[in-house]
Design a binder for this molecule. Structure first.
Ligand code: SF4
Ligand code: SF4
Length: 139
């Protein structure tokens, strides 16, 4: 859906969705000024209908449904090329991870704290999965 066809409100733009994405990702999506460098460098845009910079725009505008329905967060490989290219230091991989978390865990927008996992459980969890998750800052 084109954002230009959507009626926006102040509540949407400064609303809970933007706050949740910022909180979970540790980023400030409002720092993005839509230069497009992330999308220009992303190696997976061939498989995306909505470019990474367009997804972050949807988030900035508080268009939750459109952002969560985009397949882009699921195509993103967390390669961090976009982060390396962003002049505003926005880590889109973390934003994509936040969108996946919100989609998968509606109403549970908290982050996992590694210290809350018992040591015994921690030793049984797949270490590669843990490292991968932490790299993307789900925890
Ligand atoms: S490179 Fe950074 S500032 Fe430019 S569009 Fe992407 S996220 Fe926004
Ligand atoms: S981290 Fe995701 S959005 Fe960013 S360049 Fe890599 S695949 Fe594209």
């Amino acid at each position: 859906m084109s954002p230009t066809r959507v009626k926006l409100s102040r509540e949407q733009v400064a609303g809970d969705f933007v706050k949740s994405v910022n909180e979970i990702s540790g980023q400030n999506v409002l720092n993005c000024y839509q230069c497009g460098r992330c999308s220009a460098g992303c190696p997976l845009t061939f498989a995306m209908k909505c470019l990474p910079s367009q997804v972050i725009r949807l988030v900035q505008l508080g268009l939750e449904e459109e952002a969560l329905e985009s397949e882009t967060p699921w195509v993103c490989a967390s390669c961090l090329t976009c982060h390396a290219r962003c002049p505003r230091g926005v880590d889109l991989a973390k934003v994509m991870e936040a969108l996946r978390a919100i989609k998968l865990r509606p109403g549970k927008k908290d982050r996992i704290n590694l210290r809350d996992i018992p040591r015994e459980t921690l030793s049984k969890l797949p270490q590669q999965g843990l490292v991968s998750g932490l790299r993307k800052l789900t925890g």
